[in-house]
Write a new protein. Sequence first.
Length: 583
Amino acid sequence: MAAQPDTLQAVTVVADRGVVVSRTDTVKIQSGTTVSEALLQLPGLSVGDYGGAAGLKSVSLRGFGGAHTAIYLDGVRVGNVQSGQLDLGMLGMGSLGTVVTDYAQNSVSFQTLRPVFLDRPVAGTVRLQGSSFGTWRPYGRLDFRLGKRWSLSAHANGIISKGNFPLEDGSKRLNNDIKQIQAGADIFGLLEGGDFHGKMYYNGSDRGTPGSLSWPSNDRQKDRNALTQVALRKAFGPLYTLHLSAKASYDDLQYLSEWGDTRYEQTELQLNSAHKFHILDWWTVSLAADLSWDGLKSNMYNESRLGTVAALASAFRTKRFKADLALEYAGVFDKGGAHWNSFSPSADLRFTILDGFDVVAFGRRAYQTPTFNDLYYPDSGNPELKPEDGWLTDLGLDFARSFSFVTIKARLDGFYNYLTNKITWAPADETGYFWLPYNVGKVQAKGLDAMAAADFVLGDWRLGFNYRYSWQKIVDKTPDSYTYDQQLAYVPIHTLVLSEYVSWKGWRLESLYHVRSGRTDGAGTNLDWNTLDCSLGKTFCLGKAGSLALQVKANNLMNRRFELNAGYPMPGRSFMGGIEYKF
């Protein structure tokens, strides 16, 4: 079933930068939702997908690029110092419950699904989905109640896909197969005045990398990702609350190519802390201090980086007014001697005009250091690069009211972002074969996001809609650029997402319509697209034995041919059927 966005959350997020009240969107992940399907429901996001189950998946917010978009897993950042862009395909969506997009922090956070036991000490889910192009997705999860305060969850899921979907000219997309296994365990604990979450996770895949239509290849890619992390929140009386998190991860990426094999091994260590002081009922002060170390070993080059973050934040709360002010220091120190320091102020404001009707605003500096590839890639890196520097601003209105049989939500946001020192790779000589990164880019982003949603309850009937529109004028302001004052590649000017559902006594029918227009590859090629997805499901209650759910789904029902990245076609019409048993 398609995920339903919850668009009116204004929540306090405690992560590696202390306490921030931000502008967020939340998407609930339902059974069988892929990462692209979930993220594409938020028009403010630009999703990169190289096509099919094996394709690389990435995301960026409001024109600032993938390297600027922080990815979090249960409040702990998932890094990639090599390229700055995490392949979101490494995340096992079957074990996740929500995706939170934070526009103020320019981040996307994935949250693990918490166990629900009802009156039993053990709960579980077994699911099998089969879809077009020889794709199978098995999934299993077991939850154990360990006393009144603790629980343990373990899951495993796999993807097996031939992936050779047909193209518009009748040929097939070849070398697009994947075999992937994802497994993990989570322990959840309730403490006196707090909670604890520990996680272990593993992802392994072997997949083809077919290249673009212009340059097809028989290359292969192997991924091995493992992480362990813990997070603790504990209130020591009414005055002081401590937030701690720590992480260790290892990523092994291998490219197997006829031009030569390459291997990248990354190790990441993190220790994050936030200290919150409740000085008065209306006044809170917090201090955050984080430390990270990233190491990269490869047959191309080796490098390591030490990062520090310190932040001072103050939050003010009255009946109608909320304000969060912060000043953050970030220091980055590379083994080779390069180092950067920055101070980033931020402000988040919310004022309640009437019950259920709020005005919100935020502004902050966004500062992104160059990746290792930008700086140190042999014969191509530029160690003289400066960090990308930008400002994010937003002003919006929220409305939410509930009545006896209907809940209504609406939202309107205007934003303006400006990025300088953008790192742009450009030809270094007249041949065009040798490219180098330069700090020559400038990006101006302005736009408008609008949403209207309603959910109705009429006896056994449930029905609702969520309509979202985004206008984004994100243009290149780089002097002397051949794309000066033109829309950035792959960013649509107009995005429309229409979602509807109706349910009755276990039956659920959903539709999801996407429109992206004003989108090009930067060279003038039109990449507009629209798709319609429909699903029908039925859940059977088996009493004390649990429940059984059946689902069929048609993706891209009108068989539209489109590309999220130029030269990498997405599949046309496809079908999925699934069965799920919960106990």
